[in-house]
Design a protein around this ligand. Structure first.
Ligand code: NAP
Length: 327
């Protein structure tokens, strides 16, 4: 199996053009969903050593019954025999990509805590805010790198992912501005990225855009473009979100928020938002790390944002009525 090795370093194979020409640290990928598979397959394709951590023995057995992980790009699929394991597998973890949903990140990382070396590096791919700080607080000695991605991918079967939207991933570490060596692997793997010294601003900005668009698409049951019929409500939400961002020490994230929200609504008019799709498919949403986080931050600052709070209450009511978790 390509990439098969033991220990935390890949062997240097002379003459193998697919092998990364240096002693690479192994990447452990936690979560074989859309983004986890998108990253694992591209790293494996470039000869970077990768191992996939699955929930439990049952998921591992299902994975091992197949050929590996499949990446579908422009209708062409390639399968990569990435090695699978479970949290209980032996061996230290030096570099971990956390590719779970925000509500699973903390407990999924806790299951691996005993395997993480003290100076382990983690990349946290979760949308919204809140889960990253929770994971970082759990691992005070590790380096937690926050990420914000505009890449798009979805699963069209078990262990298969379709690369649906090219984009960019910004990575940053508010505590240590020095870029980590792992960026070299992203370069080799052709994962478009940039080291960001203001990753929190990016995450707040994305959260604000999400709060202004996604909940309304669920409440009005429409595509993003359908919000053009609710311009006043969008404008009011943007004004409240900008006030919140200023109050939370993120004035840069507040700049021209409304005009960017309008631009996104127009540019993605035909799309259904991720929250709309989660609700339509009866999946749990990441509401607590998006609108819920914004409302909690407002309460912490004793800010009264009536429209934001009302949208949150309406959304919670809708989720409950559909029998979905409201957190
Ligand atoms: P996803 O397809 O639902 O994948 C999450 C994966 O995590 C699932 O495969 C799940 O396993 C796994 N998982 C959960 N708990 C686990 C545990 N304890 N141990 C091992 N695996 C565990 O989610 P996604 O779409 O990749 O999204 C991941 C994050 O990236 C989210 O915060 C999302 O908002 C963000 N994001 C996604 C995209 C995108 O295009 N998909 C774009 C930008 C940002 P099972 O398969 O066993 O359920």
């Amino acid at each position: 199996m390509p990439g098969h090795y033991s220990g935390s370093f890949a062997p240097f194979i002379v003459g193998d053009p697919t092998e990364h020409k240096q002693m690479s640290t192994t990447w452990h990928i936690l979560g074989a969903g859309s983004l986890g598979t998108l990253w694992a397959t591209r790293l494996a394709r470039a000869g970077v050593p990768v191992r996939l951590i699955l929930r439990d023995e049952a998921r591992l057995a299902s994975y091992q019954a197949g050929e590996g992980l499949t990446l579908v790009e422009q209708g062409v699929s390639h399968t990569y025999p990435v090695i699978g394991e479970t949290p209980d597998s032996p061996g230290p973890i030096h570099r971990l990509l956390v590719a779970c949903k925000a509500y699973d990140a903390q407990s999924a990382v806790a299951q691996l805590q005993h395997r993480l070396v003290p100076d382990a590096e983690l990349i946290l791919l979760q949308n919204g805010l809140g889960s990253q700080d929770a994971v970082a607080a759990q691992l005070p000695q590790a380096r937690c790198i926050f990420a914000s991605s505009t890449e798009g991918a979805f699963r069209d079967g078990d262990w298969r992912v379709v690369f649906a939207g090219h984009g960019y991933t910004w990575l940053g570490d508010g505590a240590h501005p020095t870029p980590p060596l792992l960026l070299e692997d992203l370069q080799v793997a052709g994962i478009p990225h940039e080291w960001s010294t203001d990753i929190l601003t990016r995450l707040w900005r994305k959260l604000a855009l999400n709060c202004a668009i996604n909940p309304l698409t669920v409440l009005y049951q429409c595509r993003n473009g359908g919000l053009q019929a609710h311009q006043c409500e969008v404008a009011t939400l943007c004004a409240e979100l900008a006030e919140l961002l200023e109050c939370c020490g993120q004035p840069a994230a507040a700049q021209h928020l409304h005009s960017e929200v309008d631009r996104v609504i127009q540019a993605t008019a035909a799309n259904y938002s991720s929250m709309y799709q989660d609700v339509a498919n009866a999946r749990r949403t990441e509401i607590s790390y998006l609108l819920g986080y914004a409302c909690l931050a407002a309460a912490r600052h004793q800010l009264v944002l009536p429209h934001l709070q009302q949208v949150q209450a309406r959304l919670v009511e809708l989720l409950r009525a559909r029998g979905l978790p409201s957190d």
